[in-house]
Structure formats: C-alpha cells, structure tokens
Design a binder for this molecule. Structure first.
Ligand code: NAD
Ligand code: TYD
Length: 342
C-alpha cells in the first residue's frame, strides 16, 4: 500500500466555494498547513465565500469561470500550481431537468478547458471529482464497482459521465496524470438547500410540507462530506495516476426513512410529509463498493451516520443566517418552478 507518492506544494481547488469543495479546502488546510491553496470559483448561486469565512487568510481566491481558458491559464501560471482538485460543476439533478444546457457547458466544456490548460502548464496531478451517478441505477442487489458500465440517466449524470470520458482520453492519449473519484451522496454542513437533506431539514424547521418524490423508496448511499474530503486528499497524495476510485461508506437509506429520521430529531410530525410527482427517470438505487480505495490506499469512512446526521442537523439549526442568505435571490424562483406542479 503506497504511503505517499506525491507531495503537492501549490493546489488549485475549482468549485472551492461550494458545498464539498469548501469542506475539502478546510481539510486540506488542516492536514497540509504548508501547502499553498488557491480556490477558483465562479460563485454561481451554489458558490459562497461565506462557506470559507473561518479560513480567511489561509487561501487565495480567484473569481473565474472554468470555461474561460485564459483565466484558467493565468491562474495556473501565477500561482505555480502543481496539482488541481476539480470540484466545480453544476451539481443538481432537478436543475438539470429544468435547464440542461448549462450542465453540458460547465461540466463537459469546463472540465475539458481545465484538462487542456493543466496539461499545457505541466500540472503533476489532476483529481477529477466525479459521482456514482455516472453508473445509472441499481436493482435491489449489488453495488457499483469501478468496472460497472457507465449508464447515466439524468442530464447532470450524463454531463459528469461525458467529462469522465474526456479525462480518460487525456490519461490514455497524453499520459496525463489524472485520477477520477466517484463518490456517493454527500451530507454535512454548507450543503445548498436544494438537495434532499438540507431541503427537508429547513422545511421541517419552518413547518412547511416535505416533498418526497414518488413512493419515497428510492435508495441513496450517504457519506459525510468530511469522509469524502479525506478520501480525495488520500487520492491526491497516494493515488495511482490514471486510476478510478469509488468512494462511499456503505450506508444505504430509502429517502422516506431519512425524512422520518429528520422529523424525529426535530420533534416534528410525520404529517408534514407530502408525496409528490416523481422525478423523471428517477434512479431507484445507488450503492457504492469502495473496496478498491480501502485496499489500495487504506482509506475508510470514519463518521458514524447517527452522529454525522445529528451534527448536521445541529449545524443547520445554528446557522439560520447562512441558509436564509443563500435561499434569498433566485432560490425561491427555482423552488416555485420545481415544486409548483408536483
Ligand atoms: P455545489 O453545487 O455545492 O458547488 C459547485 C461549485 O462550483 C460552486 O461553488 C459554484 O460556484 C462552482 N461553479 C459552478 N460552475 C462554475 C464555473 N463555470 N466556473 C467556476 N466555478 C463554478 O456542488 P457540490 O455538491 O459541492 O459538488 C461538487 C462536486 O462533487 C461536483 O463536481 C459534483 O458533481 C461532485 N459530487 C457531488 C456529490 C454530492 O452529493 N453533492 C456526490 C458526488 C460527487
Ligand atoms: P438529491 O439530494 O437531489 O441527490 P441525487 O438526486 O443526486 O441523488 O436527492 C436525493 C434523493 O432524494 C433522490 O432520490 C431524490 C429525492 N428527493 C426528494 O424525494 N424530494 C426532494 O425535494 C429532493 C430535492 C430530492
């Protein structure tokens, strides 16, 4: 098992002002205080520098779009970047159904620009943050391995799968030292309240209906974002260039059970649950087999789910200012569009 084969000096984190990216920046600074950290982010509706407020002075920030080759080139050169950790993306399935084009633009073209500029700049490691959603949907048995066929269903998942294929072409054609990670559903602090857990939490706190899609029996495999961040750091330092690593914590839950758990912890009634029209092509079940990263890199998820969800619920209770601010502006417009006709 390799302990460490790469020692990055200057890391560019794209999408570092988003949910997982900001949690990763926190982990990177904690674990590698001598590494220079630069965050490149467009600050879309999902990006927010408040997510990094406690790290002020410990990282540099560049506001830029990953589809802007000149801006990316300047960032890589001016900061002498030797490693890129690429989180920036449009990340929400429901938004990809309402408006798919920006997903292909950002996730496919943006990733291609990041790869091309990183190759030209001689970047030594490029970690591409992908998702288990590229594998499509599972039946009641089994789990995705790195050899499962790519079979995406939503425009979001398709754009991530397409970006993975561009990364793989750079690995094969140019011997470019990229690595792909595919993680399951994350939860934790700073998640934008369009995703299941924060949306249900905030609606429950406000005694609003909890919109559960379909029969509520779709299964997701939940991992705390801190565990995901530690996996990405391990891959950065010890992963094999060219490899794919699945990341998960073997923690499957039907959506309805997660929603009931949230209501229990908050002391709210189950009568708030409202079954609404299903999402089109709603993937039935995700489950991740992470035996490869465990075996080859010695990473394992550490957070117990009961403790992690309790901590997350407490975080949202204590950060009302944060979620009220991120939910202002375009959020309610999105919310009304998304839930109006269900
Ligand atoms: P997020 O939506 O919270 O954050 C995305 C970030 O990317 C934001 O800060 C946004 O401003 C930035 N961004 C978007 N378009 C950009 C552009 N054109 N140029 C520069 N920056 C841009 O997303 P997240 O949930 O933190 O997901 C981060 C990554 O992890 C994504 O690549 C996603 O596919 C992947 N992923 C997410 C999950 C999950 O459960 N959320 C699971 C597995 C993988
Ligand atoms: P989400 O957090 O959007 O993640 P993903 O679709 O990428 O897995 O959704 C998680 C699950 O929760 C998914 O099965 C859809 C479901 N869901 C609802 O039932 N109601 C909602 O309002 C949302 C946002 C999601």
């Amino acid at each position: 098992m390799p302990t460490q084969n790469f020692n990055p000096q200057s890391v560019l984190v794209t999408g570092g002002a988003g949910f997982i990216g900001s949690n990763f920046v926190r982990t990177l600074i904690e674990r590698r205080p001598d590494t220079r950290v630069t965050v490149l982010d467009k600050l879309t509706y999902a990006g927010n520098l408040e997510n990094l407020a406690d790290l002020e002075g410990q990282y540099s920030f560049l506001r830029a779009d990953i589809t802007d080759a000149e801006a990316v080139r300047a960032a890589l050169q001016s900061r002498d970047i030797d490693a890129v950790v690429h989180f920036a993306a449009e990340s929400h399935v429901d938004r990809s159904i309402l408006g798919p084009m920006v997903f292909t633009h950002t996730n496919v073209l943006g990733t291609h620009v990041m790869l091309e500029e990183s190759r030209a700049a001689g970047v030594e490691r490029f970690i591409h943050i992908s998702t288990d959603e590229v594998y499509g949907s599972l039946g009641p048995e089994g789990a995705f391995t790195e050899r499962s066929p790519i079979d995406p269903t939503s425009p979001y998942a398709a754009s991530k799968a397409a970006s993975d294929l561009v990364v793989q072409s750079y690995i094969k054609t140019f011997d470019f030292p990229a690595i792909i990670t595919r993680c399951s559903n994350n939860y934790g602090p700073y998640q934008f309240p369009e995703k299941l857990i924060p949306l249900m939490l905030i609606n429950a706190m406000n005694d609003k209906p909890l919109p559960v899609y379909g029969d509520g029996m779709n299964v997701r495999d939940w991992i705390h974002t801190r565990d995901h961040s530690l996996a990405v750091l391990r891959v950065l330092e010890a992963g094999a260039p060219g490899a794919v690593y699945n990341v998960g914590s073997s923690n499957e839950w039907p959506n309805i059970e997660i929603v009931k758990l949230i209501l229990r912890v908050l002391g709210k009634p189950e009568s708030l649950i409202t079954f609404v029209k299903d999402r089109p092509a709603h993937d039935r079940r995700y489950a991740i087999d992470s035996s490869k990263i465990k075996r080859e890199l010695g990473w394992e998820a550490e957070t117990d789910f009961d403790a992690g969800i309790a901590e997350t619920i407490a975080w949202y209770r204590e950060h009302e200012d944060w979620w009220r601010r991120v939910m202002s502006g375009e959020y309610m417009e999105y919310y009304d569009k998304q839930y109006a006709n269900r």
